[in-house]
Design a protein around this ligand. Structure first.
Ligand code: GLC
Length: 618
């Protein structure tokens, strides 16, 4: 079908007033979309008909986009790098832990503004499966809010209120799998042929066994293997994560079309950023680990082209917890736009290795392996999140004996060998291999185990150091709820049989109102953390050299326990990962932005200290 016929399918459903703008966006993005989808599905006899129908559906969603969001689209089209500013700061939380409901989260907006937050990631809030649901990551309906958290009207009221406060709402979009009680799964169990085709279903073990030969495992202890036997399906279904999370089959174009529309319907409710969950797993291939396949990138690029046509103010964020070398592809290239943002899980994990080893070797290797990015794309930097710190992303950077080295780090954070940390090893059945570590930052940095004021002060310094790394790197930094108040581990999951095997629940506590009330009291750990962190946030806002896209150079003249980053010619971030003071020579005269001290020729960094320096005497 000639592309103007496909284009007209979209234009035909738009009111006259929207057509010139739509025609412009189609001229920019449709050739790419057509090429990508033809590459994925072009061999199907009905490909062009399918694509025409998809364009018609996209047109309906285009027309339905509310005026306020269309205005936002226009504003962002005029400044596509708006999210790279040093003014940007994210915050991530579960709805129930932070505000009980979506309406309760709305009441927390003044607190978010006080913190300087411009982006709020609410962990999954869509309708989830009855019973255990992996913290909401098993979605039953993409079109309804989880009833315990509110309804669609609450979601729209929240996004409007956040927009008015200049805070962008980020929602998970769990595109790799659905819950086993999603309508497609129920229909598949009832024998519906089209619904069965939405999943990877096998009558016996022959294909699963072939795949398993080269697949990894995400939850080797609680959910071993990648396939689950379901009697109602008469066979095995692909389940990368828990058995109740059924992987979608993106080789079927209906899956792509349905999911693209589901995303846009949420965008039309005011979601501005989508955290595309588990993007690495979207395409399966025998003989590989079925991660990071070229087709997974083509799918994401096609999704991006669709967003660029219908809702260009929306950002896509890749959650791909993969080795450093695999990460940049998720941010596309100058001629193939993909996601706008990607988690830098290697940087996050390497920061923790730095603390455990009091050495920046792995961190430096990660930074050296982090390439410059295309324009209007950035990393997401963070200290903790709701998941474990996965160590295996660092295998390449951790050197020859990386498995043993990372296993040592994991043992350190589980409190072994006299360490100050109070975390838990995650899913490691083999004591000689590393998988992940869990725990709140305050527990992993020694605040929870501290017995004296001095130990508490050192632990707080470690927490500020890691946050300083996230704020200094050149990324969109995202705080994890509770860390700003130095909240500790939540052991209550051990009492819940359905969670007791999954220690990620250690770092999913309820927002602590008592600590929140102490946040301006420097005599409390919560206050010291809060005041220290907000001082850094405030300072960062004033320094364009700390924007995501300002140039970054790793300086190799620092002692091995000090990470030294130049941000442009006139700004430096220095971080001491060791328990000993460290001296570092400086060329010329610098001003310490935090203390105002003038430094001539050198600086001595206290244990775990972070410094931001500006050239000259300010
Ligand atoms: C992502 C989420 C994680 C979840 C998994 C399966 O990795 O961050 O919490 O278990 O996807 O949806």
């Amino acid at each position: 079908m000639p592309s103007n016929v496909i284009k007209d399918r979209l234009l035909a459903v738009l009111p006259e007033s929207l057509r010139p703008q739509a025609a412009q966006r189609l001229a920019a993005a449709l050739p790419t979309l057509h090429r990508l989808l033809a590459g994925l599905y072009g061999e199907r006899a009905d490909f062009e008909i399918w694509l025409g129908n998809l364009m018609g559906s996209l047109g309906v969603l285009y027309a339905a986009r509310p005026a306020a969001l269309k205005a936002l689209d226009a504003e962002r089209a005029a400044q596509p790098d708006w999210f790279l500013s040093q003014q940007m700061l994210g915050y991530c939380t579960y709805v129930n832990n932070f505000g009980a409901t979506l309406a309760g989260v709305r009441e927390q907006i003044p607190y978010l503004e006080e913190l300087g937050v411009r982006y709020l990631h609410l962990l999954p809030f869509l309708r989830t499966r009855a019973g255990e649901n992996d913290g909401g990551f098993a979605v039953t309906s993409f079109d309804d809010v989880e009833p315990a958290l509110g309804n669609n009207a609450d979601l729209e009221a929240l996004t409007a209120a956040l927009r008015a406060a200049r805070v962008s709402l980020c929602s998970d979009f769990i595109l790799n799998h659905v819950a086993d009680d999603h309508a497609w799964a129920l229909a598949a169990k009832a024998g519906d042929v089209d619904a069965r085709a939405m999943f990877h279903i096998f009558p016996d073990r022959s294909m699963p066994d072939q795949y398993e030969a080269t697949l990894g495992q995400v939850f080797p202890q609680v959910a071993p293997g990648n396939f689950s036997q379901v009697d109602a399906l008469g066979g095995w279904v692909w389940t990368t994560f828990y058995p109740y999370q059924w992987d979608l089959n993106y080789a079927n174009p209906a899956v792509f079309a349905e999911m693209a529309q589901a995303l846009l319907r949420l965008a039309n409710r005011g979601v501005e950023v989508f955290r595309l969950d588990s993007t690495a797993f979207l395409w399966k291939r025998v003989g590989t680990n079925s991660m990071n396949q070229p087709e997974a990138h083509q799918l994401l690029q096609a999704l991006r082209a669709i967003v660029d046509i219908v809702a260009p103010g929306v950002l896509l964020k890749a959650e791909a917890i993969v080795p450093t070398r695999e990460l940049p592809a998720y941010l596309g290239s100058a001629n193939a736009a993909e996601c706008h943002i990607a988690y830098h899980s290697s940087l996050m994990a390497a920061g923790w290795v730095g603390l455990a080893e009091q050495n920046t070797e792995v961190l430096r290797a990660v930074i050296a392996n982090t390439p410059a990015l295309p324009p209007a794309a950035t990393w997401l930097s963070y200290v903790r999140c709701h998941d474990d710190i996965g160590w295996n992303v660092l295998r390449a950077e951790a050197g020859e004996d990386s498995a043993a080295r990372l296993a040592r780090v994991a043992r350190f954070f589980s409190g072994a060998e006299g360490s100050y940390a109070r975390g838990a090893a995650f899913q490691s059945s083999d004591p000689h291999a590393a998988h992940g570590s869990n725990g709140m930052a305050a527990a992993l940095t020694g605040l929870q185990s501290a017995g004296t004021d001095e130990e508490r002060a050192v632990a707080l310094q470690r927490m500020l150091l890691l946050h300083g790394l996230a704020l200094s790197f050149g990324a969109l930094p995202v705080l994890y709820m509770g860390d700003e108040l130095a909240m500790e581990n939540d052991d209550s999951y051990l009492q819940r049989p359905q969670h007791a095997m999954d220690s990620r629940w250690l770092q999913r506590p309820q927002f602590d109102r008592a600590r929140w009330q102490q946040r301006h009291d420097a005599a409390t750990p919560a206050g010291r953390m809060y005041l220290g962190l907000t001082a850094l946030v405030k300072l960062r806002r004033a320094h364009p050299a700390l924007a995501a896209h300002a140039p970054r150079t790793l300086l190799d003249d620092a002692p091995e326990s000090v990470l030294a980053l130049a941000r442009g010619d006139n700004f430096r971030a220095l971080m001491n990962f060791s328990a000993q003071p460290q001296t570092y020579a400086l060329p010329g005269s610098w001003t310490d932005c935090l203390s105002g001290a003038i430094l001539d020729g050198s600086i001595t960094l206290a244990p775990y200290a972070l410094h931001w320096l500006e050239r000259g005497e300010q």
